[in-house]
Structures are given as C-alpha cells and as structure tokens.
Design a protein around this ligand. Structure first.
Ligand SMILES: [Zn+2]
Ligand SMILES: [Zn+2]
Length: 242
C-alpha cells in the first residue's frame, strides 16, 4: 500500500472534535472534562496503589480544586469511596508533614522567621486529571489551528455558539508558532465573542420596561454562557460539558 503524505493523514482528535462540535459551547472543554473523568475513574479503580500514580498525586497534593469536584462526582457515581479514602489518607499525612516542617523551621529560637511563603504549601501545579485534560485539549486546538478555511472543522467551529473558551484559546495561542495559526484561533474566539455580546445587549435591552412583555429568546441564558466563555465551561460544572 503506498504511504500517504503527512498532510493527507487525518490528525489525532479530528473526528472527536467534529463530534463535540455537534454541541454548543467549547469542544475542548467537553473533551477535557471527559478525559479528566476517565483518568479519575481509572485512578480510583485500577491505579490506587500504583507507585507512579501515587507519586504524581503526592506531587500535586491530589486533585486540583476543579478536578476534586469532578472526582467527587465520579466517586459517588462509581461507588469509589474506598479508592478516594486510601489516596487521601496518604495525602493528608503528606500535607501534615509540610505544615509541621513549616512550623518547626519558622519558630526555632522563639522568633518567627518565615522559612518561605506559606502559599508554597499549596502551590503544587497540575493534577493528573489536569494533564489528561490538557493533552486532549491541545490536540483539538492543534487541529483547529491547522484547519483550512473550507474544512469541515472550520465550518463547524463557525456555527453559532461554537468556539474555544478563553482559557483554551490561550492554551492554543501558546502552542501556535505561525501567524496563520494565531489568526485562525483568534478569529474563532472573536466571532463567538461578538455574537454573544450582541445576545447580552438584547438580554439587557429586554429588561427595559417598554420591552418586558416581549418573548424571550436564545439570549435568556447568555449571561451564563458568557461566564463559560471566559472561565471555561469545564469550570461551570458537568451540565455545561456533558
Ligand atoms: Zn474550553
Ligand atoms: Zn486538575
């Protein structure tokens, strides 16, 4: 079979991205949430005692705030409280050691001499679910940044209510090394943002006493979607990404 040139191959994530673009919102948030859930589920059921996974969890002090919320949902849905208990018993011991070290180093000799910023105790970086979520989001952003103007992906991204949220746009921009890629990604966000701003103005205008009896339209939840576009739909909870 003759080998195809790289440009003729379907990029990783292409079909998944198209499938996620059937829904409004940020497709990278949907995929990231799915990847995070899958990662948390596999940790709780298969890798609770795996030394590498445990090491990564210790490094990050467990799941970050966003993924702790997802982990709670997963653990409740899958009755995986035991896995969480084993992991967090270990993590609490680890965090306690941090606090004891800070106290002991900072209070020697009766005087307070700070051994460092106490915020360092919390500054632990990405959790394992963050890593899984970022990996899939990056593949979506790369596909979008590389898509030709007449491609299926570009057309699907141009449909109403589709695009990348600001955190995912920023992730994509940080990976874009060519001007065309920056322009494509920025255009997706700017178009979506402009349409949403218009919906927000309609929402605001319809609160004028002369228009309060007008039927409500798609602008009704525009202010919730505005939050999603700025902080990421993942951050708003499962209703917005599943
Ligand atoms: Zn997003
Ligand atoms: Zn995380």
């Amino acid at each position: 079979m003759p080998s195809r040139r790289r440009s003729e191959l379907t990029p990783v994530g292409y079909h998944d991205l198209l499938r996620d673009l059937r829904h409004p919102g940020c497709p990278a948030c949907r995929a990231a949430d799915r990847a995070a859930r899958k990662r948390i589920d596999s940790i709780l059921w298969e890798y609770v005692n795996d030394p590498d996974v445990r090491g990564a969890l210790v490094t990050s002090h467990g799941f970050c705030a966003r993924h702790a919320r997802v982990a709670l949902e997963v653990a409740r849905e899958q009755a995986a409280g035991l896995g969480m208990a084993i992991i967090y018993e270990h993590l609490l011991r680890h965090c306690r050691a941090h606090v004891e070290r800070y106290r002991d180093e900072g209070t020697r000799g009766g005087w307070l001499s700070r051994p460092g910023d106490p915020a360092d105790i919390l500054d632990v970086g990405d959790c394992p679910a963050c890593q899984a979520a970022r990996f899939v989001a990056e593949s979506y952003l790369d596909v979008a940044a590389d898509s030709a103007p007449d491609s299926e992906v570009t057309e699907a991204l141009a449909r109403d209510g589709r695009g990348f949220c600001l955190p995912h746009l920023v992730l994509g921009l940080s990976r874009a090394s060519e001007r065309e890629r920056v322009e494509r990604l920025a255009r997706i966000f700017l178009d979506t943002s402009e349409r949403l701003e218009s919906e927000l103005r309609t929402y605001i205008d319809k609160h004028d006493y002369r228009r309060v009896d007008e039927p409500k339209g798609s602008e009704s939840d525009s202010w919730v979607r505005a939050l999603g576009w700025i902080v990421g739909f993942e951050a708003l909870g499962s209703r917005w990404v599943r």
